[in-house]
Design a protein around this ligand. Structure first.
Ligand SMILES: Nc1nc2c(ncn2[C@@H]2O[C@H](COP(=O)(O)OP(=O)(O)OP(=O)(O)O)[C@@H](O)[C@H]2O)c(=O)[nH]1
Ligand SMILES: [Mg+2]
Length: 200
């Protein structure tokens, strides 16, 4: 029988997306159960927390990046260390939705892996009356990429745990697949699960 691991598994998550979309607010809501009203642009902050994922104790490491980071080389470095990505835009700002394509492209270039654990996250769902990006548009983009789409609110905490836990599950199954002998680095699309769009 295998000896149990003493150190819990560590899953490395990177928050990406334009400035002001709520990457830090989502991270702080997940970490500390609080909503920060003030907007203070991030440089780069990292967080670590022990959580229970489907009965197993694991650690999540969150790197909260700067939406306003001008240097692609710096972003490349952050992205390289990530095992999974929450690609965030605000449903109230079309530019931030358009920008997700660039983030996706940059991540795929750096990781060179089309099946990298990844969720498209439409944040600020509490501001539905100011919505500029339709659910249809967002789901379509996510489907093109082959990733799930989830709407969150860092303010009301709607789906906040969901996006972090779903991403950790993807990272975990990816690691299990990678450790199988003779694996094809998860690139076999026929094994892919059904995709979902979760709005509420
Ligand atoms: N109503 C509402 N406001 C939000 C939500 N998430 C974030 N905000 C607000 O939006 C502003 C920007 O949020 P941040 O989390 O700092 O944005 P960010 O993506 O980390 O921005 P950078 O660090 O510059 O990349 C803040 O004033 C937040 O209070 C949300 O779900 N609903
Ligand atoms: Mg921030």
């Amino acid at each position: 029988m295998k000896k149990p691991n003493t150190q819990p598994a560590l899953h490395k998550v990177i928050m990406v997306g334009s400035g002001g979309v709520g990457k830090s607010a989502l991270t702080l809501q997940f970490m500390y159960d609080e909503f920060v009203e003030d907007y203070e642009p991030t440089k780069a902050d990292s967080y670590r927390k022990r959580v229970v994922l489907d009965g197993e104790e694991v650690q999540i490491d969150i790197l909260d990046t700067a939406g306003q980071e001008d240097y692609a080389a710096i972003r490349d470095n952050y992205f390289r260390s990530g095992e999974g990505f929450l690609c965030v835009f605000s449903i109230t700002e079309d530019d931030s939705f358009q920008a997700t394509q660039e983030f996706r492209d940059q991540i795929l270039r750096v990781k060179n892996d089309e099946n990298i654990p990844f969720l498209l996250v439409g944040n600020k769902s509490d501001l539905d009356e100011k919505r500029k990006v339709s659910v249809f548009e967002s789901c379509s983009r996510a489907a093109t990429w082959g990733v799930p789409y989830v709407e969150t609110s860092a303010k009301t905490r709607s789906n906040v745990d969901k996006v972090f836990y779903d991403l950790m599950r993807e990272i975990r199954s990816r690691k299990i697949e990678d450790n199988k002998p003779g694996n094809s680095r998860g690139k076999d699309k026929s094994k892919r699960k059904k995709l979902k769009c979760v709005i509420l």
